[in-house]
Write a protein of this length. Structure first.
Length: 136
C-alpha cells in the first residue's frame, strides 16, 4: 500500500488560568481564529471549535505525523501569545494541561454538535461531565 492513511480524531479540552471567565467577545474571537489557523499550520484539520467562558473544546483530525500533546501545546501557546499582544486583554492565560479524548469517525457528527452547542449545554445544565474540565 503506497503512502499512509490515518483517521485519528481527537477532542481536546483546556481551561483558562484559574478557570477565570475570560473567553468572551474579542478574546474568544482571537483565540478561536488563532487556534483554527494553528491547526491548519500543523496539518490538523479543525472540525469543531467551541467552549464556554472558561474553557475550549477542539475536535480535530490529526495527520499520522502529529501527536496529541504537540497539537495541544501549539494551539494553547500560539493563542495565548496572540491574545497577550492585545493591549486591553491583560492577564490572559491557559491553565497547565488539557484533556484529550479519542473519537471514532462515526461519532464525529455527534461530537461536532456537542461542541457547537457549548453555550446552551452550560446554561441549561446539559453538559456531559466526562467531557468537561473538572472543577478541582
Amino acid at each position: 500500500m503506497p503512502g499512509s492513511h490515518a483517521e485519528i480524531y481527537v477532542h481536546l479540552v483546556w481551561t483558562t488560568v484559574a478557570r477565570q471567565p475570560l473567553l468572551a467577545g474579542k478574546t474568544r474571537d482571537i483565540a478561536y481564529a488563532v487556534i483554527r489557523a494553528e491547526c491548519e499550520s500543523v496539518r490538523a484539520q479543525p472540525i469543531a471549535l467551541g467552549g464556554f467562558e472558561d474553557h475550549v473544546h477542539l475536535l480535530s483530525r490529526l495527520p499520522a505525523t502529529l501527536d496529541i500533546s504537540h497539537l495541544a501545546k501549539q494551539v494553547k501557546g500560539v493563542s495565548s501569545h496572540a491574545i497577550r499582544q492585545v493591549p486591553d486583554l491583560d492577564g490572559f492565560g491557559w491553565q497547565e494541561g488539557y484533556s484529550g479524548f479519542s473519537v471514532s469517525r462515526w461519532d464525529v457528527p455527534k461530537m461536532t454538535k456537542y461542541i457547537a452547542n457549548q453555550e446552551e449545554h452550560h446554561r441549561g445544565g446539559t453538559a456531559k461531565a466526562i467531557l468537561e474540565p473538572s472543577t478541582d
